[in-house]
Design a protein around this ligand. Structure first.
Ligand code: THU
Length: 127
C-alpha cells in the first residue's frame, strides 16, 4: 500500500463523526517527505464540522510544511470517495495541480489530478 494511503487510513481511525458515522482520513506529503494527516471533525452544530482534507491542509500550513506535492483520501465506500467541492477549492489554493490518491477500505485506489477535479477554478490569478 502507498505510504500516503496508509497514513490517511490511520488518520481515518481518529475521525470524530458521531453524527454522520462517515469517517474520512487524509494525508498530505510535502517536498521533504513530511506527512500531515487529518480526519473529519464533526460538531453538534453540524455546519461547524470540518472535512479531513481541510484539517490536513490547515495542519500542514500551520506547521510550516514545504511545497505540498501529493494528497491521499480514504473512506469506507464501495468506490473511492472524492473530496467535496469546498475541499477541492482549498486543495487547489494550497497545492495546485498535484496528484490526489483516492482509496477505500477494500484496497481499491485511483489517482486523479486536483486540476481535473476542479475545472476552471477560481483562484488568486483572478484577483
Ligand atoms: N467528509 C470529509 O471529511 N471529506 C470528504 O471528502 C467528504 C465528506 C466528511 C464531512 C462529514 O463529517 C462527513 O464526511 C459526512 O459528510
Amino acid at each position: 500500500m502507498h505510504p500516503l494511503i496508509s497514513a490517511a487510513l490511520a488518520a481515518r481511525e481518529r475521525a470524530h463523526a458521531p453524527y454522520s458515522h462517515f469517517k474520512v482520513g487524509a494525508a498530505i506529503e510535502d517536498e521533504t517527505g513530511r506527512i500531515f494527516t487529518g480526519c473529519n471533525v464533526e460538531n453538534a452544530s453540524y455546519g461547524l464540522s470540518l472535512c479531513a482534507e481541510r484539517v490536513a491542509i490547515f495542519k500542514a500550513v500551520s506547521e510550516g510544511a514545504g511545497k505540498l506535492i501529493r494528497v491521499a483520501v480514504v473512506a469506507d465506500t464501495p468506490s473511492p470517495t472524492p473530496p467535496c467541492g469546498a475541499c477541492r477549492q482549498i486543495l487547489w489554493e494550497f497545492m495546485g495541480d498535484v496528484p490526489l490518491l483516492l482509496a477505500n477500505l477494500s484496497g481499491q485506489h485511483e489517482t486523479v489530478q486536483i486540476g481535473a477535479m476542479l475545472p476552471r477554478a477560481f483562484d488568486a490569478s483572478f484577483l
